[in-house]
Each structure stands twice: as structure tokens, then as C-alpha cells.
Design a protein around this ligand. Structure first.
Ligand SMILES: NC(=O)C1=CN([C@@H]2O[C@H](COP(=O)(O)OP(=O)(O)OC[C@H]3O[C@@H](n4cnc5c(N)ncnc54)[C@H](OP(=O)(O)O)[C@@H]3O)[C@@H](O)[C@H]2O)C=CC1
Ligand SMILES: CC(C)(CO)C(=O)C(=O)O
Length: 298
């Protein structure tokens, strides 16, 4: 399958590497001309434990990329970058080209559906990935990608779902629940790792942090309607990605806008609609926004 991956960050580089290895042809779309040139010159490499895998992929900056080439377009930019990417893609993607969106958080698909009437898919990623240079990514935690969309479009994605271990892609018939489960994970991990500037695994090592993790889990699970047994799943993903620097902590280090509005902000809105209060999540949200504001003004 010919796949255009938009966003050559941690997830874009990781998925491009593994999908190319699984036999797909990749066009990697960057924001800058400089990154595309480096990828063309050096290829990309993805590192898992002691093993480094390298591959060659096509690359071009978004304003020069051909959106007619691919059988599938995967969008792996972060939530705050989606509006600009959507704007760049408007009128350029053929109406029957399937598009798969792999963002953390919720709320984005409603906006995307208003602009694109293509076969749309949404996915969640539980891998840990850290970009270590414009052409290199470290696979810091093995998870999976779960995707979903309208059932009648599932056959379109079947070819993609044949990814090799440890890069498996699964289909979900219930995208809302799939996204809510991932939202609960990000709610618990991302803001705390951002605030305390620790790797995911530290959340389980430090007893004070673990208590905070549980308090956030309780509030989030109540808003999203999860039972106590969801705790095990959340713990499992923290454990799997213990060596990862969460994507929100990466934002702090890069002084970029975070995905807080689509994670803590989304939960707070949803709680408000159902008359619930989430003091702990409110506190976290305010703290992340405060630090983000300080970075912006620096
Ligand atoms: N990293 C992780 O471990 C995980 C991340 N996720 C989620 O996956 C999504 C992607 O995250 P991640 O890969 O970490 O993020 P990164 O910030 O590493 O990557 C985003 C990439 O998008 C690029 N980009 C921004 N604007 C444009 C544009 N207009 N055109 C083309 N490219 C653009 C950025 O380029 P530039 O750098 O030049 O600005 C950057 O390379 C997020 O929603 C995140 O929450 C989910 C699970 C795990
Ligand atoms: C899976 C996890 C928690 C990995 O760190 C992630 O989604 C993120 O960093 O945003």
C-alpha cells in the first residue's frame, strides 16, 4: 500500500519505519524543507533496545507534497497543529482517499468530519516513542495501534492491519470507547509527567505520585463511566511505557503548546455537562496551562 504519513515526529517516524519494513511504500511529509532534506539524505532509523533498524523513505515538506499519490493518508501531528494541517490539505486530498488520524485526546474528529468527507479513520497509539533527531526515533515502549471507523470502510484498512510484531495494528468496532480508554491513560500520565518532568515509570515508583495518579484516575473514570478494573489497564500502559518521556513532557522540553485542551480540558467540559466536579483534574489543567503560558512568554 502507498502511505503518506504527515508529521515526521516521534509517532510519524516510528510508524513510517515499521510500515516500510512491513512492505508498504512511504511518503513522509514534514513541516520544514530542512527535515525532508535530511530524511532524503540520511534515511530514517528507529531504535528498539539495542537494535537499530534503518530505512529509506521518500520525504517532502507539506507545501510541496503530492496528496494524490497515496492509497492512505495518516496524520500524526499533535492536536494544536491539526487546524493548520487541515487547512493545508483542504482541496488537495482526492475525496475517496482514506485518512487515518492518530492523535491523543478527544474532540478533534468532529471538526475533521466537517471538512473532509473522505473515508475517515481514527486511531489510538499505546507505544512509547521519542524523537532523538530529525531522522531518528527511539521505540521506548511496545504497545499497539488500534484503529476504527465506519464498518463499511474496514476492508480499506485490511492491508494495513497486517503489520509485523511488535508493530501490530488492530481494528475496534467501538471507536468512542477506544478513544475514551486512551484518554483515561493520557489523563493520568501526561499532565503529571509534564508538571514533575519525569519519565512515565516514575509515576509508579514514587508513593506520593502514585496517590496523585489514583486520585486523577478516580475522577476521570467517573466522568467517562469506567469501573475500578480500568485501573489495571492504566497501570499496564504506565509499566509498558515506563522508559518513555510522555508526549506532553516532550512539549514542555520543546516549549510547544500541549494537548491539554483535548485531554484535561475535554474531561472538564464533559464533567460540567453532567454536573460533576473534578477538583484534581481542574488543578492539573490549570497548572499545565500556567506553565505553558510561562513558556510562551519566555
Ligand atoms: N510520542 C509518544 O510516545 C506518543 C504520542 N502520541 C500522540 O501521537 C501524536 C503525535 O505525537 P508525537 O509524534 O509525539 O509528536 P511530535 O511533536 O514528535 O511530532 C509532531 C510532528 O508534526 C510535525 N508538524 C507540525 N506541523 C506540521 C505541518 N503543518 N505539516 C507537517 N508536519 C507538521 C512536527 O514538525 P516540527 O517538529 O517541524 O514542528 C513534528 O515533527 C500526538 O497526538 C501524541 O499525543 C500517542 C502515543 C504515544
Ligand atoms: C502512551 C503514552 C502514555 C506514552 O507515553 C502516550 O500516549 C503519550 O506519551 O502521549
Amino acid at each position: 500500500m502507498k502511505i503518506t504519513v504527515i508529521g515526521a515526529g516521534a509517532i510519524g517516524l516510528l510508524t513510517s519505519g515499521y510500515l516500510q519494513k512491513a512492505g508498504h511504500e512511504i511518503q513522509l511529509v514534514t513541516r520544514t524543507k530542512e527535515q525532508a532534506e535530511q530524511i532524503l539524505l540520511k534515511g530514517l532509523s528507529y531504535k528498539r533496545e539495542e537494535e537499530t533498524l534503518a530505512c529509506r523513505v521518500a520525504a517532502s515538506p507539506i507545501h510541496l507534497s503530492d496528496m494524490n499519490w497515496a492509497d492512505l493518508i495518516m496524520v500524526t501531528v499533535k492536536q494544536p497543529q491539526l487546524p493548520s494541517v487541515m487547512n493545508d490539505l483542504k482541496g488537495k486530498v482526492p475525496p475517496d482517499t482514506p485518512m487515518l488520524f492518530l492523535q491523543n485526546g478527544m474532540g478533534h474528529m468532529e471538526t475533521i468530519e466537517q471538512t473532509f468527507h473522505n473515508p475517515l479513520f481514527v486511531g489510538v497509539v499505546t507505544h512509547g516513542a521519542m524523537k532523538t533527531s530529525p531522522v531518528e526515533v527511539k521505540h521506548t515502549g511496545i504497545g499497539k495501534i488500534i484503529v476504527g471507523g465506519k464498518k463499511e470502510w474496514q476492508p480499506l484498512l485490511l492491508e494495513l492491519l497486517t503489520g509485523d510484531d511488535p508493530f501490530s495494528i488492530e481494528w475496534s468496532d467501538d471507536t468512542t470507547r477506544m478513544m475514551e480508554k486512551k484518554l483515561l491513560v493520557n489523563l493520568v500520565i501526561n499532565p503529571l509527567t509534564f508538571i514533575y518532568q519525569v519519565k512515565n515509570g516514575e509515576l509508579l515508583k514514587d508513593s506520593r505520585l502514585k496517590r496523585e495518579v489514583y486520585a486523577i484516575f478516580k475522577e476521570g473514570a467517573s466522568v467517562l463511566g469506567f469501573e475500578e478494573n480500568a485501573w489495571e489497564d492504566v497501570m499496564g500502559i504506565i509499566q509498558q511505557t515506563r522508559e518513555n518521556q510522555s508526549s506532553m513532557l516532550s512539549d514542555r522540553k520543546a516549549e510547544s503548546i500541549t494537548e491539554a485542551d483535548a485531554i484535561t480540558g475535554y474531561i472538564l467540559n464533559r464533567a460540567k455537562k453532567s454536573g460533576k466536579t473534578c477538583p484534581k483534574i481542574q488543578e492539573l489543567h490549570d497548572e499545565v496551562k500556567h506553565i505553558e503560558g510561562e513558556n510562551e512568554n519566555a
